[in-house]
Design a protein. Structure first.
Length: 482
């Protein structure tokens, strides 16, 4: 597989040429993090990293790529010759895919020379931002089912182009059980599923004939779409007749509803099916379903066995992107790595400096309590008292006493070295299962749809002091220049 290094914003290349021509290419460290939780929620599910590692390993310029850049008449021949042999050669540290994450945490750390680390910014953000958004959306939807029915991802036809494939992958990480996307089934090993379209029924002499032909061909997948003409009349009546025929053969059917009042219709249809002796027939619903719709239908007691969800899952619904960013946190000066930060008049846009680690603290019951961002060389000791400082307010802090937590674990681990992955690819089902287990460590108050509790992400004392020192230096230097 070859990932074209033209998959980047143009200014990455112009900056890269500037570094090259100025011989300004010391070591550098960049962090990828995001600033606010999507969907006004309380968490995200980190996704996309495993695909990113594959893409980084093959990230290079083909001869055609070089010739295209030459045609733009903006690049020096010596720089283009350098690009001919370019390969990503950095080290990458990252959270494990599927890990619940929170604003401000460095989810990925890239360590390389400045040109190398700069060029991969767009690829990294494009891959991780979208998949994290969709995995989070899927997770939110799955939580709202409260275990009442599995979610099938039906989103390919509504997705944004090729994003439909990675949306299927991310949705599965977030907890969906299958996809309608056949290609994603092949590439990612996701179970594929599908029923029938209204056109199948409309092309036949009658609904009953359409249903009968379908179950003859697919006797073990007899999900019948009953709302083409009249859901509670011809649709359910034909389904019951076919269902009884299938029951006599030792088979069972299911019905799907794609329109109307899903709460009312599912209850009526459940009664009709049960009265006919088809208690084992299943009910699937679709039709622009959101997590709010799921929550309401579950609260109404709607007897739903599966959910087919497309548009609002694979597009992100009300929020189309994650606000993940990629910022320089340390650079080489006189042979030494020096921490740096971006200063902003908006306090939330001032970054955290240096090479960092993130620790998650747990209670005796295994519940997540809070996350602490530290400098990487800080050594945390068990059963020690730690002060957690607010990332934006130096006067706001709390103390994690030795008896108030049981353990902590680092979240950033090395995934790539010298541009090559050093960890094996993980099975997608394993990522999905691990993600669900990790999310279960958080109190339900962080996972509610409305006004979720804010999970505390704090700075260590050393990181807080370093950030304050660099802020003072930057402000003072600004005053001296005026």
């Amino acid at each position: 597989m070859h990932t074209s290094a033209l998959f980047t914003d143009f200014y990455e290349l112009t900056m890269m040429q500037g570094y090259f021509l100025e011989k300004h290419d010391g070591k550098a460290i960049f962090d990828m993090f995001y600033r606010t939780n999507p969907f006004q929620g309380g968490y995200t599910i980190f996704a996309g990293a495993d695909e990113l590692f594959d893409e980084l390993e093959s990230f290079s310029f083909s001869p055609d790529d070089i010739e295209y850049l030459r045609s733009l008449e903006m690049f020096d021949p010596s720089f283009l010759e350098y690009l001919r042999t370019y390969r990503f050669h950095g080290d990458v540290y990252a959270f494990d895919e599927g890990t619940p994450a929170f604003p401000g945490e460095p989810l990925i750390r890239v360590e390389s020379d400045l040109m190398d680390a700069q060029l991969v910014e767009t690829l990294l953000l494009n891959t991780v931002n979208f998949q994290t958004l969709i995995a989070t959306k899927a997770s939110r939807m799955v939580l709202q089912t409260r275990g009442r029915g599995k979610i099938m991802e039906f989103g390919l036809r509504r997705a944004q182009g090729d994003g439909g494939h990675t949306a299927s992958r991310a949705s599965f990480i977030g907890g969906t059980v299958s996809t309608s996307n056949t290609y994603a089934g092949k590439v990612y090993g996701i179970p594929v599923a599908g029923t029938m379209a209204h056109s199948w029924i409309m092309s036949m002499p009658s609904e009953e004939e359409a249903f009968r032909k379908f179950v003859e061909i697919y006797p073990d997948n007899g999900i019948l779409l009953i709302d083409t003409y009249d859901t509670l009349e011809s649709g359910i009546e034909a389904a019951i007749r076919i269902g009884l025929e299938q029951k006599a053969k030792g088979k069972r059917i299911g019905v799907r509803i794609d329109s109307g009042d899903l709460s009312y219709l599912t209850k009526e249809i459940r009664t009709r099916l049960d009265d006919a002796g088809l208690e084992d027939a299943t009910i699937c619903v679709s039709n622009d379903i959101t997590e709010d719709v799921i929550k309401q239908l579950v609260a109404d007691g709607a007897p739903i066995d599966s959910w087919g969800i497309g548009t609002h899952l694979v597009t992100g619904g009300a929020q189309s992107s994650l606000n993940g960013v990629y910022k320089l946190s340390a650079k080489e000066e006189d042979g030494k790595m020096v921490p740096c930060l971006k200063v902003s008049n908006s306090y939330e846009k001032t970054t955290n400096p240096g090479r960092k680690q993130v620790y998650r603290f747990f209670s005796k019951d295994g519940n997540a309590l809070a996350d602490l961002i530290t400098l990487e060389d800080e050594v945390l000791e068990p059963k020690k008292r730690y002060t957690f400082y607010h990332p934006f307010s130096t006067a706001d802090f709390f103390v994690m006493k030795s008896g108030s937590y049981e353990a902590f674990t680092p979240l950033l681990t090395k995934k790539m070295e010298g541009g090559r992955r050093i960890v094996p690819k993980r099975d997608l089902k394993e990522i999905q299962q691990t993600s669900a287990e990790l999310l279960s460590q958080f109190d339900k108050s962080y996972k509610r749809l409305i006004n979720p509790h804010i999970y505390k992400v704090s700075l260590s004392a050393r990181l807080r002091d370093l950030k304050t020192e660099l802020l003072v230096q930057a402000r003072t230097a600004g005053d001296d220049r005026q």
